[in-house]
Design a protein around this ligand. Structure first.
Ligand SMILES: Cc1ncc(COP(=O)(O)O)c(C=O)c1O
Length: 468
């Protein structure tokens, strides 16, 4: 190792250990020269190397600063996703470090899980919040405790009817976003040590919930074109005492893939034979680009085993934190858990959303939103085609706002993430979507923001980093 590499390694360790905090300026050249007994050119070369590693960033006439991405430790190197043994999950540190790095204001949010707030009808929603709360009875604090506000639950049932599903109002429990619904469902059907089947790649919050509840995960592969591998699931069901499954059937996060109707039916039948509950995460269902809303697996459930979870976070009002579950035979248990954990979702907000669903023009807003995402996807696709090397692969999703990119095998998505953060761009690196930190050469990009020059430029910069 040369002197400048040794110095860069020492400084990198200090940065990663938090001794030189994110956002702070690196010590002056004079100080480092005196402290380490090296020449000015050694310090400069070390700083350039740190910049290349994505740990620091030069600011003109001001010095070198530690970038937000510097907090991220290198992910453990693992095999590509295969049908895993059931395993304890340890994903949270990695996920939090990636999410934290992407939260800084001014970052181009290609790694974000949220669409642009500018696409939501916030003024109209405020009007509904005023109208809905004005007509609230003072007794609603008690009346609207779980399972939740009646008006809202009936409006939610009407949307199921619009998709051709008969769901009873009694099945609906209102929650603080879909994430709470999913977590409560998991708690309702498991005990510590149980084995849960999850997707690989899959939504990291499923892995975090499994970690928190001391469960074990079996990862079932998801193909970006055909979706969940049902044969692999059948094998896993033979091999492991799987207690429940947590899957997405429409516009899966992160791949964007939707299961065919035949596969949804086959999935429900496979699980019904063994009486295994399915926690169905369907938060992107309304964001379809083709004419009709895709059916959930819940549509084929005859035994009450499917717990269908969704919310208004991706379509209407992320900050309002209103979600729900149509919990089938588990509705009572979920309702009790809701009472025991967070008591209730905000009562005025439930009333406001109910008013909006009835009078606010939700379907019209959804049509606009879908069109916006569709055109943003076309812009993203064109920009990627213009700049990226030919050996990068992606499949255009038919809804949602995520694009899953498979980069050449040699690319390390975590390193790409760190370097991109150094340039003010977030991406979601593949390893956060798997219990084994696989998908090291994959990234998820968000196209949920109105296309502008900063996004166009960010795609070009990403391509340049990749090529280098
Ligand atoms: C797949 C998936 N499920 C659930 C959630 C959480 O939804 P909510 O914000 O309604 O809790 C998210 C949010 O990122 C998501 O991507």
């Amino acid at each position: 190792m040369t002197r400048y590499e040794a110095l860069a390694t020492t400084l990198a360790e200090e940065i990663r250990a938090g001794h030189i905090p994110i956002g702070s300026r690196l010590p002056s050249l004079r100080y480092v020269i005196a402290q380490h007994g090296v020449s000015q050119s050694t310090v400069l070369r070390a700083y350039y190397l740190l910049e290349e590693w994505g740990l620091i960033r030069a600011e003109e006439r001001s010095g070198f600063y530690v970038t937000p991405g510097a907090g991220i430790q290198q992910a453990a190197s693992t095999q590509a996703a295969t049908l895993a043994e059931s395993a304890k999950v340890d994903i949270s540190d990695l996920v939090f470090s990636v999410l934290d790095a992407a939260r800084h204001p001014g970052i181009v949010p290609l790694g974000s899980a949220f669409p642009s707030p500018l696409l939501f009808p916030s003024a109209r929603l405020l009007k509904s919040l005023a109208q809905g709360t004005r007509s609230l009875s003072p007794w609603s604090t008690v009346a609207d405790l779980p399972p939740g506000n009646d008006h809202l639950r009936r409006q939610i049932v009407l949307r199921y009817i619009g998709t051709g599903l008969s769901v009873a109002t009694d099945e609906i429990v209102v929650t603080n976003g879909a994430l709470e619904a999913l977590n409560l469902c998991l708690m309702a059907v498991t005990r510590p040590g149980d084995v849960i089947a999850v997707e690989s790649p899959g939504f990291y919050a499923a892995l975090q919930a499994i970690e928190r509840l001391d469960l074990r995960a079996v990862e079932i592969p998801v193909d970006p074109v055909t979706g969940l591998d049902l044969d692999a699931l059948a094998v896993a069901l033979e091999k492991h005492p799987i207690r429940a499954c947590w899957f997405m059937t429409n516009f899966q996060n992160p791949t964007g893939v939707t299961l065919s109707v035949e596969k949804k039916k086959a999935l429900v039948e496979l699980l019904a034979k063994r009486e295994i509950p399915l926690i169905e995460d369907d938060v992107y269902q309304e964001l379809h680009f083709s004419r009709d809303r895709p059916l959930p697996a819940k549509a084929f459930d005859t035994k009450g085993l499917v717990m269908h979870c969704s919310s208004f976070s991706k379509t209407l009002a992320p900050g309002y934190r209103i979600g729900w579950v149509a919990a089938g035979r588990f509705a009572d248990r979920v309702q009790r858990l809701k009472l025991m954990t967070t008591l209730s979702a905000s009562i005025p907000v439930q009333a406001g959303i109910a008013d909006y669903l009835q009078y606010g023009g939700y379907d019209k807003h959804l049509r606009k939103l879908r069109n916006a995402f569709k055109s943003q996807l076309a812009s993203m696709d064109a920009a990627l085609r213009r700049s990226l090397p030919r050996d990068v692969r992606w499949t255009l999703p038919n809804g949602g706002y995520f694009l899953w990119l498979q980069l050449p095998n040699a690319v390390d998505a975590m390193a790409l993430h760190r370097r991109a953060i150094g340039h003010g761009i977030s991406i979601a690196p593949g390893p956060i979507f798997s219990a084994t930190h696989s998908f090291e050469n994959c990234i998820r990009l968000n196209f949920g923001h109105p296309w502008d020059t900063s996004i166009d430029e960010a795609v070009r910069v990403l391509a340049d980093i990749l090529k280098s």
